[in-house]
Design a protein around this ligand. Sequence first.
Ligand code: XMP
Length: 319
Amino acid sequence: DWFISDFITDAIKDIQQTVGQQHVVLGLSGGVDSSVSAALIQKAIGHQLTCVFVDHGLLRKNEADEVIGFYEKHFDMKIVKIDASEMFFKHLKGVVEPEAKRKVIGKLFIDVFMNYIEEHNQEINFLAQGTIYPDIIESSKKGHSSKTIKSHHNVGGLPKNLKLTLLEPIKDLFKDEVRQVGKQLGIDDKLINRHPFPGPGLGIRIIGEVTRAKCDLLREVDAIFIEELHKNDLYNHVSQAFATLLPVKTVGVMGDNRTYDSLVALRSVNTIDFMTAQATHLPWDFIDHVVSRIINEVDGVNRVVYDVTSKPPGTIEWE
Ligand code: XMP
């Protein structure tokens, strides 16, 4: 596609001219936007780019390793991983209200990232962000709206006193264009076509207090669901699928024994714009199989429900 090839050539030239011999830092999340930005900048200036991957402990199973491994191997990207999970769990202690969780996670995330930048202040001149065109429209709209349903933290939130220049190489692109650019740059289909994953991660998929143990349990459940969606060629036909851990224990029976264990909810939606969505009509035998794997393989779960609520009135996430 000539539009995409031209875009890449121009963007690379642009980045080279803007950055010169200086250095760029980018917060890599593994999401499409930050990844494609990182790949473009890497092509343009190589090791003058440092990516910082903050692991808040709220990621999916193997997520950090898969993302970092891929970009190190295939793009020779310089990536610094910061394991900040201990601090996140400490600050999440006792926090139950969804917006309060978002605030704690969002603020800590920026603190950790800024800390890195301050420590390396001498060497860094540019801060790269994976802002895309709809982010800019969304955040300008949000400024005028009094009823934000959930606070997303993709745009804004960075301290104003930073002496860094912003570098936003994909800010004029729409999501599908970002994906095409990523494809053409050689990013794995599996990474490009990943369902969206919220910044606060599993933090808003654990109803009630978030702990490392609950995250570990939910990671196993989620991994089974996602693995089966891939295996059954369903993953790319749904917009977003995930599991949520509920703060409820129910009674079950396993062999001759009574169990009293956790309840998880599976959700899968189809949507164009994530503003409205329908629950996916997943095949019943597929759900059956996933549920029996979850209950057999994940210690501490004895019951699974499937969320069939549309958006509206439900939101996609439970918090
Ligand atoms: P809701 O739950 O509002 O979700 O219907 C719509 C889309 O936004 C994602 N989402 C978030 N993304 N930070 C994010 O970066 C957040 O706090 C957040 N909350 C929801 C959600 O996963 C879905 O794709």
